[in-house]
Design a protein around this ligand. Structure first.
Ligand SMILES: NC(=O)c1ccc[n+]([C@@H]2O[C@H](COP(=O)([O-])OP(=O)(O)OC[C@H]3O[C@@H](n4cnc5c(N)ncnc54)[C@H](OP(=O)(O)O)[C@@H]3O)[C@@H](O)[C@H]2O)c1
Length: 272
């Protein structure tokens, strides 16, 4: 049986991936909240849950040691865990940006460094990045930067490593998952005490809650990932969703033009 490791396995894209891969693979499934342990175990006897909090180096080391004690070979590592830190960049607390990078970027790199020796020849690392990696969305710039950094660092890994592995960045547009209501919850202080960005934060929160239902179905992302996982020569990057494809094209424009269009959009959609 193939072995797949998935972080952020308790909800949204990660949980759907566990369900799919556990049909015919051993799946190591990462959780940070004990309340989900029974749910993960109930999916299939092929699921091996492990605790890992992306903010905590010690827990990443412990999770890696557990996986090493259970297997000496991994076919695919899928880095899914993530959250969204929002706020106006001129007054967001720097520690909030550090937190964003710990969860979305540094934690994944730390984990990958630990378990890289186990990844098979021709194995894969699939990162759930985002269309945010194209870097064009105001008020969630910590999220954009964390995903861009994730892509850059793992791309470097693919180029530099002596191992024969493929690193793939999956860049979804808006997907209907609990990420969006969680983002309103974890940013509630910034949304409330917004130092003059009242309209912008209200728009952001309302938009996030709408995304939770109007986003693309999670099964579409799962389908793409299983397809990519089966390819012997996958591309380095895949977008999914019209919004993601448009973002990719938009990001090719000169930065000055992008900035003008974004400021125009802010003025007419939010600040009027
Ligand atoms: N939904 C979208 O529109 C969208 C679009 C593009 C990219 N993405 C990316 O897709 C990935 C999955 O997101 P999703 O939409 O499926 O959201 P989700 O349902 O909120 O799932 C996020 C997963 O990450 C876990 N997680 C969050 N913080 C963590 C931490 N500190 N340590 C360990 N695990 C942590 C969550 O655990 P809990 O269950 O305990 O919260 C959950 O299992 C994320 O990287 C996200 O950035 C999502």
């Amino acid at each position: 049986m193939r072995t797949v490791v998935i972080s952020g396995a308790t909800s949204g894209i990660g949980r759907a991936l566990v369900e799919e891969f556990a049909k015919d693979c051993i799946v190591f499934a990462g959780y940070r909240n004990e309340n989900y342990l029974d749910d993960l175990q109930a999916i299939s006897g092929n699921v091996r849950p492990f605790f890992m909090n992306m903010e905590d180096k010690a827990s990443i080391a412990k999770a890696s040691a557990y996986i090493k004690s259970e297997t000496n070979s991994i076919d695919t590592l899928i880095n899914v865990a993530g959250c969204v830190v929002a706020g106006a960049i001129e007054n967001i607390d720097i520690d909030r940006i550090r937190y964003q990078f710990e969860v979305n970027t540094f934690g994944h790199l730390d984990f990958a460094q630990h378990i890289l020796p186990l990844i098979k020849d021709n194995g894969k690392i699939i990162n759930i990045s985002s269309m945010a990696s194209f870097g064009i969305f105001p008020f969630i710039s910590p999220y954009c930067a964390s995903k861009r950094a994730l892509d850059i660092l793992f791309n470097a890994l693919q180029i530099e490593t002596h191992k024969n592995i493929k690193v793939i960045s999956i860049k979804p547009g808006v997907i209907a998952t609990p990420l969006w209501s969680k983002s309103v919850e974890i940013n509630k202080n910034e949304i409330k005490a917004n130092n003059g960005f009242d309209k912008e934060m209200k728009f952001l929160a309302e938009n996030a809650l709408k995304n939770e239902s109007r986003g693309l179905d999670v099964d579409k992302v799962v389908k793409l990932i299983t397809k990519v996982d089966a390819l012997s020569n996958p591309k380095a990057s895949y977008t999914i969703g019209l919004d993601a494809k448009l973002s990719e094209i938009f990001a090719l424009l000169p930065q000055t033009l992008i900035n003008k269009m974004m400021r125009y959009g802010l003025r007419y959609r939010i600040r009027h």
